[in-house]
Write a protein that binds this ligand. Sequence first.
Ligand code: GLN
Ligand code: ZN
Length: 719
Amino acid sequence: MQTYAYGLPRLGSDREYKKVIEDLWKGKTTDENVAKVLACIQENNLKTYDHSVNVFPEGEMSFYDPMLDTAILCGIYDPHNLAEYYELCRGSDALEMTKWFNTNYHYLVTDFSRIKNPVFRANIQNMALQFKQCQFPQLIGPFTFLKLSKGIAKNDFHDLFIALVKIYKEIISNYTKVQIDEPAFVLDLEQQEIELIKEGYRLLDGSDCEIALMTYYDSVDFMDSLLTLPVTAIGLDLVRGQASYQYILDKGFPSDKTLIAGLVDGRNIWKNDISDTVAKLKSLSGKAAKLMLSNAAPLYHLPVSVAVENKLPNILKECLSFAAEKLTEIHLVSACFMGVQNVPNKCHLGSFGRDEIVRERTGSLREEDFIKTVPLAERRKKHNALLNLPLFPTTTIGSYPQTAEVRNKRAAFRSGKLSSAQYNKYIQGEIDKLIKFQEDLGLDVLVHGEFERTDMVEFFAQKLAGIATTQNGWIISYGTRAYRPPIIFGDISRPNPMTLSEIKYAQAQTRKPVKGMLTGAVTIIAWSYCREDIPVSDVAYQISLALKDEILDYEKEGIRIVQVDEAAFREKAPLKKSHWEDYFKWAVRSFNLATNTDPDTQIHTHMCYSEFGEIINYINQMDYDVISIEAARSKGDIIKHFENIAFKRQIGLGIWDIHSSCVPSVANMLDIVRRSLQKIPKENFWLNPDCGLKTREWPETEQSLKNLLETARQLRNKS
Ligand code: GLN
Ligand code: ZN
């Protein structure tokens, strides 16, 4: 049994990638050194592959993002040095960033509307592509690249794609072997697109280059056509793509091609069930004459190695497999398949993490737990009386600038240099300053600033039982930005209040309402690795019950407004629409369960940059009072989706794009509000930035908020 693997993380075992690139940005190192360190990471990765598997691509390294590299590869951009390259990534006119499929990786989006007369040319000598100068490079495929780009008119897609494929043909003629990744093949595609894929790929026929075509993240719906494409090997994700697996069992696999069977999960960190995988391989071997075993999705969704984690409970660590360990598993499965090694026992946690009380509580949930007894309009009256807010109430999304000082104090606390009393005192001091800052500005609903939080998911993971956090389990979220997804391994409960002391403290400093601030269950799950032994809906309800207890505690302390962030609500949706109903059902219910508390409490939610159009009905099934959303980038266009469904809830208009350091003018903000006012009555609008201010600096924060308050003042005067 031959083995194949791809997609090892480019971060390096000690985050060398991040460090060296960020040093370059600070002027502390040279281009040559960056290239050297990245080459070294790549070299190590190749050794890691070579140790366990037979076949693997080489040129997977990127200076920042493989989608940008693809745009460079086909001549859309042509940076001449790293400074020019990073200008495209993070300069003043940088490419937009968006989520890569349903993962939390963000890629740089090529916007064709900003490119006059796009012409492709093979730009393979570009310095950014130096890692592709190898025997067996990995490329993102032409369809995926175009499908995930923006600004292409529907009528132009065909010609652009065909032109692009011709460039790919030229590019691959330089190699004897390439891996071409086409994850977009698993999306819901129109028949026209499938025909186009066939037409395009046919053009690659006759090239001397062997092509391994990789699809992943789900099943492919056009298997009949896929299997006729002129490529040497086809990779399928048989973990998330059960339908593709079933297809092969039913209809077989062409004997002239190699099936690269992705049977070792690339998206989750649990050890493989070897005996089950061996059995699947056996079934497949009767159907595919040429068969290889591989990971099911690129391994960069996982941390580098579990070996360095020395604070995880042993029993849990035994069950985990990060990127490096997945390769060992591929090797092991193949050895077991061939009978040269015995199938090891399946790893399981036994009773570790099991909590009967939690199970009983989720098990006894009834329909009424998910439905608020007091309807929206009635709640509105209560809140108006209790909160007495002005027209166009102003607020912020939660976090305020996290300065180096805040981060240093947190590090000092974690390393024991600062006692918990000292640290808490420091945080309280920051809260004091922030409350005064917000009062001086004249904001209506205040926040405590989230100074105690590293990250909106890891913070809660550290407070909840049933979720573990790692020391070194970093994965890239974009560019050099990395985060450590927690691991949901057991039943989840809240041993102690999680955020109460800070919120209560903040509220005690002011007569204005302070918003309690929580991260919702869907987002906690989306940005963690989740257990798979119970339905994900149960996991969500367990988290929601913990959140509900937190809100009940808030209420006892007189907190009248609570925000539950669901930044990943859209992202977590399955790639195929046919699975949406199932997902949104538990996603919506979990939100409603958590927030089903005292009807006097005004419930807010916040969602980040999402395509609301398609999911607006689900968003409206979440029974909150106020939703804050992005509106600055789309200049208020986003409101049309809410208009379409006669939305009755209140909307916090994000009129300041916090991803840019520019201070928005009052005129700018007014313009967005006026456009929105044409669609939805003024009584329903709040004004706020479009996300948390964690990454901003203080001076621009102050000026932007002043402008926001001036906007509110002018709007109120005219009403
Ligand atoms: N409350 C969070 C913050 O302000 C929300 C962050 C987010 O939506 N990504 O930081
Ligand atoms: Zn946000």
